[in-house]
Design a protein around this ligand. Structure first.
Ligand SMILES: Cc1cc2nc3c(=O)[nH]c(=O)nc-3n(C[C@H](O)[C@H](O)[C@H](O)COP(=O)(O)O)c2cc1C
Length: 170
């Protein structure tokens, strides 16, 4: 699969089989995530794997959608704000969000390559997630990622802005 095919194969999967994920596939996805770039190579992140039934039930309290409850496994992608690079001058900025986003997309693309579905979920109850899983500052639960085999083989068409609207020659 070339990169464009992989990019098209990754989509927001909102219907999952209950089938467990093979250990070697999970390992591959974790390795691709680990190798993501980050500002000053600080790698300000931690990924919690949620797979036992009790923890999966807790996860489902953080985001109430029927489809979300179908996934056999979840990953909580957390930023570490003590380790992230902060630009101190020229519009100061914490780069934790940028770093975690790159790593999460590595994760989602790697999963797609091995036939697994994922979905970025940011519209969740962060405070409850912290409480249920004991995730305290400096860590911030940034993205929940359900992961599992898609229940359907249909891949939706991408609806995106055209290139000439997105890329502008200066
Ligand atoms: C930062 C971010 C947050 C998102 N949060 C949610 C979410 O809370 N719930 C959800 O169902 N989808 C969420 N999505 C998925 C987007 O809706 C989806 O990526 C977009 O519609 C494009 O569709 P595609 O992923 O199938 O290409 C999120 C995506 C991103 C990148």
């Amino acid at each position: 699969m070339n990169f464009l095919d992989l990019v098209k194969a990754r989509y927001s999967v909102r219907s999952y089989e209950q089938r467990a994920i093979e250990a070697d596939k999970l390992q591959y996805v974790m390795e691709c995530t680990r190798l993501a770039p980050s500002a000053v190579n600080l790698q300000p992140w931690k990924f919690y794997i949620v797979s036992n039934p009790d923890d999966c039930a807790k996860m489902r309290q953080c985001y109430h959608r029927d489809w979300f409850g179908e996934a056999p496994m979840y990953i909580i992608a957390c930023s570490n704000h003590d380790e992230s690079w902060k630009r101190r001058r020229s519009e100061p900025k914490d780069h934790a969000d940028i770093d975690i986003s790159i790593a999460v997309e590595h994760l989602c693309l790697a999963a797609a390559e091995v036939g697994l579905g994922t979905c970025w979920v940011c519209n969740f109850d962060v405070e409850l997630c912290r409480e249920l899983f004991g995730i305290a500052a400096p860590y911030e639960p940034a993205v929940l990622i359900p992961i599992g085999y898609p229940a359907t083989s249909e891949v939706p068409e991408k609806t995106r802005k055209p290139i000439d609207e997105v890329f502008v020659s200066l």
